[in-house]
Design a protein around this ligand. Structure first.
Ligand SMILES: [Zn+2]
Length: 414
């Protein structure tokens, strides 16, 4: 039988309610039974006490967007490179990599995320290798099987490959399967629609990269520019493919593949796009580190997303276009880009908003009664701190410990 655990902390940041000083969390069968001030805690027999009297305790961080199998590309591509040249480099490196190497690097990427307090990961993977690793490590997540195929001739083969990859993954409570039609410019219309329907029919979550660069917008609208050259260079150009005359968001909407998805990037959107994102309940993943790595000087439309009540979470993207996989650094980057955002809101973007993006908000994302006890533990400095949320966002790079469903995952705890 599962133990009952009492966790006593100097500070608790529940996210869904204000920080608690000298707080207690009671965990039973992996879920939170009580959270609050010590004096309000009911008298419950506990098998174990976890002493965090010199620590901050908060929900495990959620990184809804990465590509772990690209972790081996860390530092191998020149930062600031043009987008299509970057794609060429990624393709050439991944062609050289074998399965063992991909798994090795994915493990390294996961270790980096875990030491930075990540308990739930949304990973895009061509063949689903990260699924087993997440399962073995006891982490929570969604592995989105990637679908790519711009030329119509690739459709049947790609759908078959998607089926095969998904069938190879057995059921597991903490790690789920999703589908990621890569982007509007790397799939034919037919494959976008078919992979979307494939996921919807099976109730799998869907992630699509959208409006990452202006070259994508140009290509979808007019069929011209460096993405067309890229497709021709790869021998994938399809004479039957017609530009939509519209934005990537409106193009996806016209194909009926926007509803309920997780939209990654959305760096370039207009008012009409925003209406559609709102109507279709799209969650947006902002990747500030990746944008910075590419040297993109964009005015990210974060404030308009937030004004409209669109859910925005922070993602790291992969180590092929970021220096590290660390949600704390993404919070700091967002703070420096949007100084008006308060610390609490930044923490929400790496916890509950990430949970909403992964459709897991009924289970994780904050510390409240009934939710899973996915928790990170952060050391406090000597002396007083003014605001635990400010301390977490401005000072922290690594965590001291991690619990998932109340079980100690990271051994540094004791
Ligand atoms: Zn990505």
């Amino acid at each position: 039988m599962d133990k009952t655990i009492r966790l006593e902390a100097k500070w608790i940041i529940p996210v869904s309610s204000p920080p608690i000083e000298d707080g207690v969390i009671i965990i039973r069968e992996g879920r939170i039974l009580f959270i609050g001030k010590e004096e309000d805690c009911p008298d419950v027999y506990c098998d174990e006490i976890i002493d965090c009297q010199h620590q901050i305790v908060m929900p495990g961080l959620i990184n809804p967007h990465t590509h772990l199998s690209l972790s081996g590309l860390k530092g191998r591509i020149r930062e600031g490179i043009g987008f299509t040249d970057w794609i060429r480099e990624v393709v050439s490196y991944t062609r050289e990599m074998n399965q063992e190497e991909e798994i090795f690097w994915a493990k390294m990427g996961i270790d980096e995320l875990v030491s930075a307090g990540t308990t739930t990961i949304g990973d895009i993977s061509r063949l689903g290798y990260s699924w087993n690793i997440l399962k073995e490590k006891g982490l929570r997540g969604i592995v989105y099987i990637e679908v790519i195929g711009f030329n119509r001739s690739q459709r049947e083969k790609e759908i078959r490959a998607l089926q095969v990859s998904i069938e190879s993954l057995s059921l597991n409570g903490k790690v789920r399967v999703g589908v990621s039609p890569h982007s509007p410019y790397t799939l034919s219309q037919a494959l976008l629609k078919e992979s979307y329907s494939f996921a919807v029919e099976r109730d799998y979550p869907i992630a699509i990269h959208i409006a990452e660069t202006l070259s994508e917008s140009e290509f979808i609208k007019r069929g011209t520019g460096e993405i067309r050259d890229l497709m021709i260079g790869f021998g994938l150009w399809d004479e039957g493919w017609n530009p939509s005359g519209d934005s990537p968001v409106r193009y996806l909407n016209s194909l009926g593949v926007l509803k309920g998805i997780m939209g990654i990037h959305l760096n370039h959107v207009d008012d009409q796009d925003l209406d559609l994102l709102e109507e279709n309940k799209v969650s947006v993943i902002f990747c500030p580190g990746s944008n910075q790595w590419f040297g993109r000087e964009i005015r990210y439309p974060l404030s308009v997303f937030l004004e409209r009540g669109i859910n925005v979470a922070l993602g790291t993207d992969s180590l092929a276009s970021n220096w590290s996989l660390n949600p704390f650094l993404e919070m700091r980057r967002t703070k420096s880009l949007f100084p008006q955002l308060d610390y609490h809101h930044l923490i929400e973007m790496c916890t509950i908003n990430g949970a909403k993006a992964l459709n897991m908000e009924d289970q994780i994302g904050d510390l409240s009664i009934g939710k899973y006890a996915d928790i990170v533990i952060i050391d406090l400095p000597d002396g007083m701190i003014r605001d635990p949320a400010e301390y977490v966002v401005t000072k922290i790079n690594k965590v001291k410990g991690i619990l998932i469903e109340g079980k100690v995952l990271m051994p540094k705890l004791k």
